[in-house]
Design a protein around this ligand. Sequence first.
Ligand code: AMP
Length: 304
Amino acid sequence: MSDLLVVGSVALDTVKTPFGKVKEVLGGSATYFSYAASFYTRVRLVAAVGADFPPEHARFLQDRGVDVSGLMTSPEGKTFRWTGEYGYDLNEAKTLDTQLNVLAEFRPRLGDDARRTPYLFLANIDPDLQLDVVRQMATRPRLIALDTMNFWIQGKREALQRVLREVDVVTINEGEARQLAGEPNLIKAARAIAGMGPRTVVVKRGEYGALMLTESGFFVVPAYPLESVFDPTGAGDTFAGGFMGYLAAQDSLDGSTVRRAVVYGSVMASFTVEDFSLQRLARLKPPEITERYAAFHDLIRLPG
Ligand code: AMP
């Protein structure tokens, strides 16, 4: 079992879906990621919040064993806030408002232990900051993965391209993959992104599952078929948490392990969307993960 380090956002999210609305609830890319990954391995979180961040949220992560010593509180600043909305098509979030607040100035300083972490996830955050973290690593991690979104693809494309050259894996939404590659065909888009640096590209397709491109070709998994999806927020980060958490726990990057990791990512994401914020993950019991993984076996079994 190897340790995992994540840098990303810790947020207060306001979210509206056709099934309800929540205001200033716990969210953020690093939050979903670290909570999901904690079911598999030891996770260290590096992020920043403001003085207005409710202390019970940090305790909530700590209770799952997430190392929150790298969660900086800026006494003057305000926590990052994101407001988003989904229509009946839950696959694409519409961002209504982004307030970077403390994230506008955040420059993480990694401690000696953190700099030697073998698995690194650069969750969705400013790509300059993602690169800054890569540069601080004392030893090249065995695996560096990165996630991003339209906000940074539009606003910081060059910085994003610089950090993409340094990573092994990208996890990205379908629409954002097209946007980053400037290519409507998803297969061509995945290949174009692989050409930007990462050997492996994992495209998250919401209720349609995930598509992975590696040096040995494509791999696809469906999403777990759910009858009630309440809030897709965090599904992508939770997917990445299951994916990276499993890889770090196995400490292996062979083809079968990476394929299993995609399924564990899909399993974790399928829980997150069943409730708002991290509420479903908070109730999640490890046997449910095993059960749902087994259900995937049945779901994708082909007759011989
Ligand atoms: P996803 O897993 O793609 O649904 O990501 C949802 C999370 O991303 C939310 O909890 C937001 O707080 C966070 N988020 C939204 N916009 C940004 C941004 N520009 N930078 C970092 N995190 C963000």
